[in-house]
Design a protein around this ligand. Structure first.
Ligand code: ADP
Ligand code: MG
Length: 205
């Protein structure tokens, strides 16, 4: 495909949206055609699934949770991401397949083989050109989120968050074209690192 697919991963409040916005603005100013999008979401159907899966009052079984995310992913990939990549755009997507491995795999304990099979089906085997995994110390979860609305997954406890953080580390280490970004630092510093990684992986060529 002509475009480039960049995925921002990491726990809630690790600064993915902040950095994705900064990168999108930077690239747009440089004359690149950019699509900034997020999971679960991206189009009407997937945004509706997002509301179901993240609503705090819902009790969702782990397998139902996985399928809801995969349904949203299938819709988003086929209707939004692939057409944009075929158009030659740089697609910046907040969360993708690695989130299911971290949350539903490491977090909820679903068999990773099941998750990988569903990930491959939902994405039509599309793989990111680069996955940036934002990892921060757990203390910032509270500090950075004091005034934010918490969705169903953000209300999980510290034990769950630690499991996922460990998961993200292991996943980043074994995934092709994935790098860990130290998200404890200041916004501007992290942005510089993001640009350096993009250049290093030839995403801006
Ligand atoms: N590097 C940073 N240092 C301090 N606060 C930050 C940093 N990055 C983001 N924030 C703040 O933390 C909160 C969560 O950031 P956000 O980008 O929404 O994270 P995510 O999309 O990963 O959930 C926001 O209030 C944001 O302004
Ligand atoms: Mg976000």
């Amino acid at each position: 495909m002509k475009g480039k697919f960049i995925v921002f991963e990491g726990p809630d409040r690790s600064g993915k949206s902040t950095q994705a916005n900064l990168l999108s603005k930077y690239l747009t100013n440089k004359g690149f055609c950019v699509l900034l999008t997020r999971e679960p979401g991206g189009d009407g159907v997937a945004e509706d699934i997002r509301k179901i899966v993240l609503r705090p009052e819902h009790k969702v079984s782990p397998m139902a949770e996985l399928f809801l995310y995969e349904a949203a992913r299938a819709q988003h990939t086929q209707h939004i991401i692939i057409p944009a990549l075929e158009d030659g755009k740089i697609v910046i997507c907040e969360r993708y397949t690695m989130s299911s491995c971290a949350y539903q795999g490491y977090g909820r304990g679903i068999d990773m083989e099941v998750i990988n099979t569903l990930n491959n089906a939902a994405t039509l085997n599309l793989k990111p050109d680069l996955t940036l995994v934002f990892l921060m110390s757990d203390k910032y979860f509270t500090q950075r989120g004091e005034y934010l609305f918490s969705d169903r997954l953000e209300r999980e406890d510290e034990v769950f968050r630690l499991k996922m953080r460990k998961g993200y580390r292991e996943l980043a280490a074994k995934t092709k074209n994935a790098v860990i970004i130290d998200a404890d630092r200041a916004v501007a510093q992290i942005h510089k690192t993001v640009l350096r990684e993009l250049a290093g992986y030839g995403v801006l060529d």
